[in-house]
Write a protein that binds this ligand. Structure first.
Ligand code: ADP
Length: 483
């Protein structure tokens, strides 16, 4: 059993763990059992302002450290995360609900982001431009952008933080982290590991608490030069509006509505198992997970059979138990949203092949049965809005051009997937899909070494890869005339 002995002191400001000024705290609930795990401090504007002050004071010395010094701290963080994978994944499952195997995968992914950016810290190169004017020397130099704020969601409570903090710290920025109120414990663990790994006081600050108060302090601050956010498109837009007055840079990873296209020349066994993995991982609470499937009319029956067989074997329950595939939804509103999408679809003529109702599990959490719908039309909510639950609508198609059009007909543009064994088709379709990420026979595209990010209303900027660190730098151009 994991015990948090000091969780009321969950604010980490200028290297010191502390409680909120008002003494206010909020419970952290296990979404599988509805047991209270602990309480954490509930901060507001004042604590957020102290955190900004602390990050501002620490910026000069952190940014002046050598890349190698910063790299070593990030490398040590990677090692500590791997050493503690059992503890960290257990905490993650307890506060978030996902199966332990997925939680372990997430901690390893977080560790790998620190490893990648430990290496990348040493490769943040500039440029020397040949001048057209005699005597001039033209230098392009990347410099850390300054104090950054990271606002993170509950669906990946550890890796979403790692994807932001690792490149920010590698480039020399200092940080204020505001995690989701549902999952503050993984954030507390990660920040204490960063401190143990040698991050100096003030370089990383953690404020758990009121999103509106903390958010407005971050948006209004002249010192905070970038907000990196993962969450809903709605909140992303609020942050963008709120950052206009101080003209901050924004890095936004927002919602998605990922299509999966299954062509008649696909390896159907692989397409079905990958569709299942994409849709039901984290109980469908993943921004890049499949939201709709288009299968070619000629292979529809076999594909549906394969899917249904696999869906029947999914086991729901407490993620800490071995053999559980599906954890709970994070809260009641999430369950209500899934149910409302199902009801809306049924009312408009959809047919339920599997599931279609909340799942009775011998636990107090909100579980929903893995659901497959056919006879789906485009006016149904499930085809327009992100469900964020274990619900999969399926349509058929005949023409390639038609399915590309249908896949692109959305304001979202995060991830899309296609299954085909034909190289020409794979190339043609992946180029035609208007998405930031395209998976060809692959629904797990997110790796530290590649740029992850959406287009259209799914976001701005990239996380991961060598582009990921460029979010956190300003490019300075120095023109020198010499004698
Ligand atoms: P979800 O609906 O999945 O919880 P949100 O976009 O509401 O996604 O939340 C993602 C993160 O943004 C969380 O840390 C949340 O507390 C924070 N957040 C929500 N509203 C605001 C806001 N107005 N200003 C700043 N942060 C916010």
């Amino acid at each position: 059993m994991i015990i948090w002995d000091d969780s009321l002191n969950s604010l980490f400001i200028n290297g010191k763990w502390q409680s909120s000024i008002s003494g206010r705290s909020e419970s952290v609930i296990n979404p599988a059992t509805h047991e209270k795990l602990t309480e954490v401090a509930w901060a507001g504007r004042t604590e957020a302002e102290s955190a900004i002050q602390s990050a501002s004071s620490a910026f000069h010395s952190w940014s002046k450290k050598t890349a190698r010094e910063r790299s070593e701290i990030l490398y040590r963080t990677h090692e500590l995360l791997l050493e503690r994978v059992d503890r960290l994944s257990t905490i993650l499952t307890m506060e978030q609900g996902k199966p332990l195997a997925e939680a372990k995968g997430e901690i390893r992914s977080a560790a790998n982001f620190f490893l990648w950016y430990a290496e990348e810290a040493n490769r943040l190169y500039g440029e020397w431009i040949p001048s057209s004017i005699p005597g001039k020397r033209l230098l392009v130099k990347p410099e850390p952008i300054g104090v950054i704020a990271a606002i993170t969601p509950w669906n990946f409570p550890s890796s979403m933080i790692a994807r932001k903090l690792a490149p920010a710290l590698a480039s020399g920025c200092t940080v204020i982290l505001k995690p989701a109120p549902e999952t503050p414990l993984s954030a507390i663990e990660l920040v204490s590991i960063l401190a143990e790994a040698g991050v100096p006081d003030g370089v990383v600050n953690l404020v758990t608490g009121d999103a509106l108060e903390i958010g407005s302090a971050l948006m209004e601050s002249r010192d905070v030069r970038l907000i990196t956010f993962t969450g809903s498109t709605e909140v992303g837009k609020l942050l963008m509006k709120g950052s206009a007055d101080t003209l901050k840079k924004l890095s936004l990873e927002l919602g998605g509505h990922a299509p999966i296209l299954v062509f008649e020349d696909a390896n159907l066994e692989r397409a079905a198992s990958q569709t299942l993995a994409s849709k039901f991982r984290n109980s469908g609470q993943t921004c890049i997970c499949a939201n709709r499937v288009y299968v070619h009319e000629n292979v529809k029956e076999r594909f549906i059979d394969l899917l249904q067989n696999k869906i029947r074997h999914l086991k729901a329950g407490n993620g800490l138990e071995k053999s559980v595939d599906l954890g709970p939804l994070i809260n009641r509103q999430s369950l209500d949203k899934v149910q409302s999408h199902v009801e809306d679809a049924i009312q408009k003529g959809a047919k339920v092949l599997n599931g279609g109702a909340p799942l009775q599990v011998d636990l107090s959490g909100h579980f929903y049965s893995p659901t497959l719908l056919t006879k789906v039309t485009n006016d149904m909510k499930v085809m327009q809005e992100e469900t964020f639950g274990p619900l999969l609508p399926l349509q058929t198609f005949i023409e390639e051009a038609d399915v590309i059009h249908r896949a692109n007909d959305t304001d979202y543009g995060l991830a899309a997937y296609l299954f085909t064994e034909n190289l020409s088709r794979a190339t043609r379709v992946s180029e035609a899909l208007q998405y930031g990420i395209v998976g060809v026979n692959d629904v797990f595209p997110a790796v530290p070494e590649a740029p992850f990010g959406g287009i259209k209303q799914s976001g701005i900027g990239k996380e991961g890869g060598s582009l990921g660190i460029h979010e956190y730098v300003n490019i300075k151009y120095i023109s020198t005339m010499i004698d």
